[in-house]
Design a protein around this ligand. Structure first.
Ligand code: ZN
Length: 509
């Protein structure tokens, strides 16, 4: 390991952020950016950084404002800012992230957050998830955030009583002091951090650790918890972002890891596909200072190796890789459900044209069902594209957005079946007839399923205001488009012919 000089980054509001930098002797294969926890500092991650640089990772870690060597005087310890402290801390991490991206162009950046740093990292996942190749969360709170239930009223009352820079014995007793209770009789006030007494003693002896946070910082932290607990936040996290949650099963901060399971469930419900975890029996809050820290570090390095290898592959390949690694079907099912949920939300306000006014989503579901029925082999990307095929044309989603969320393959499939809306309608229809023969077989399958669903709808729930003539024209045009499909799927072709026979009903009417 060759340590380069540490440096400072000056924030827009004039704070000099102190940044530790550890570089490997050879070219790094990726960067790990560390966000430390409350009442500690980034210098405490030197041992972890040593292991990471030995494994060819560059490591950057800033002391958050109000912490470590970023503070100018002891009075500033435990105080972020007069206003918007949470937002400012996340922006500081973003500033470091961009600095790293310039220093190491093209290298994947993984964010590792511990405790409060894990909540900051969670916020970062929603705000800047696209800039990350993965996230490691250690010592997280999970759900519910421990102080959140009673926190708002208490902290605001304490701020009135003590001022923003005041230090509240009451808040301290509800948090750090409460954490130590399950380890009674305790040797120190910080037995909850680790089973390793030497590590606890080092923390106690460190003047930059274990201080009481200001009332304002607790208020900022509660703001942060509230922000990351909302569904809107969870939905902003890129679905394919790999997240690795690690925790001690005797960590009081997460209720001995109990609060982490509902937390994971919420992220999975929001479509996160690559969320994995490891909980360590008997380990306490600071896994990197625990008695089994070498095991934890090896596990993180193993996970990083996978993530970095994967970041070279397309997101579409990731779906397959995840499915294989899980040796189950959770990966592909989650991917498909994530696409379905995305489409449901984007088309939420739209109805089909028919007199029955069905939700637009019913059309997407029908197309997906038709495709699922074509083959016993599950084509995950095609199923995802089935749900997403009208989002670009009808909801203003961009192909770039689809690529970021669901990978290149899925975005390319949607692109193949998306018309250029800048062209007049008649031209678009003509181009569909002309271009369909040149489409990929998967795009043709999607097209065919789409047309089947549309023909069926014209019969079962006729579009309001469509003349008999217009319906007949649509049938005829759909037939022309489909006739250009060179490698027909027998099942879908038969379904199309069946739907097309509805034309005789139209002619009779
Ligand atoms: Zn459609």
């Amino acid at each position: 390991m060759s340590q380069t000089p540490n440096f400072t980054l000056t924030t827009p509001d004039g704070i000099d952020l102190f940044v530790y930098c550890w570089l490997p002797a050879e070219q790094p294969k990726a960067v790990v950016q560390i966000a430390h926890g409350l009442a500690e500092h980034a210098g405490r991650y030197a041992r972890l950084a040593d292991a990471l640089t030995s494994a060819s990772y560059a490591v950057y870690a800033n002391d958050h404002r109000g912490h470590g060597r970023t503070v100018k005087s002891a009075d500033d310890l435990g105080f972020f800012a007069e206003r918007d402290g949470w937002r400012k801390c996340v922006n500081d991490m973003w500033q470091l992230n961009r600095h790293v991206a310039v220093k190491h162009p093209g290298l994947p950046i993984v964010l590792l957050g511990h405790s409060m740093g894990s909540t900051l990292a969670e916020q970062f996942m929603g705000d800047h998830g696209d800039a990350l190749a993965g996230v490691v969360l250690s010592g997280a709170n999970g759900k519910p955030a421990f102080l959140a239930k009673i926190g708002g009223a208490v902290t605001w009352a304490e701020r009135v009583r003590l001022g923003p820079r005041g230090k509240s014995k009451l808040v301290q007793s509800l948090t750090f002091d409460a954490f130590n209770k399950q380890f009674a009789p305790a040797r120190t006030a910080f037995d909850w951090l680790s089973r390793d007494p030497d590590e606890v003693d080092k923390y106690v002896a460190d003047p930059l650790c274990g201080f009481s946070a200001t009332v304002q910082l607790w208020i900022d932290l509660l703001d942060g918890w509230a922000a990351v607990s909302g569904k809107a936040h969870r939905n902003r996290v890129p679905k394919a972002l790999p997240v690795y949650l690690i925790a001690g099963e005797r960590d009081p901060v997460s209720g001995n890891a109990r609060q982490l399971k509902p937390w994971m469930a919420e992220y999975r419900a929001a479509g996160l596909m690559n969320l994995t975890h490891k909980f360590y029996p008997n380990a306490r809050h600071e896994l990197f200072n625990e008695t089994n820290r070498d095991e934890v570090t090896d596990d993180v390095i193993g996970w990083l190796a996978q993530v970095v290898a994967r970041s070279d592959r397309s997101a579409a390949e990731q779906h397959k890789a995840v499915a294989k690694e899980d040796q189950g079907c959770a990966g592909p099912v989650q991917s498909i459900l994530a696409a379905a949920r995305f489409a449901a939300e984007k088309h939420a306000q739209q109805k089909r044209k028919g007199e029955n006014g069905e939700p637009y989503f019913n059309h997407l579901l029908e197309v997906a069902e038709l495709i699922a029925a074509t083959s016993p082999e599950l084509d995950v990307e095609l199923m995802m594209a089935a749900f997403l095929h009208d989002t670009v044309e009808d909801t203003g989603v961009t192909l770039q957005e689809l690529e970021q969320q669901f990978g290149k393959d899925v975005a390319a499939l949607v692109a193949e079946v998306t018309d250029d809306k800048s062209l007049p309608k008649e031209i678009r229809k003509k181009l569909q007839v002309e271009h369909t023969p040149d489409k990929s077989p998967r795009a043709q399958t999607l097209k065919l399923a789409d047309k089947i669903s549309n023909l069926r709808a014209i019969i079962s729930s006729p579009p309001v205001g469509w003349s008999r003539e217009r319906k007949l024209q649509y049938f005829e045009w759909a037939r022309q488009v489909v006739s250009g499909i060179a490698c027909p799927n027998e099942f879908l072709k038969a379904e199309f012919d069946e739907a097309y026979r509805g034309i005789s009903k139209l002619k009779e009417s």
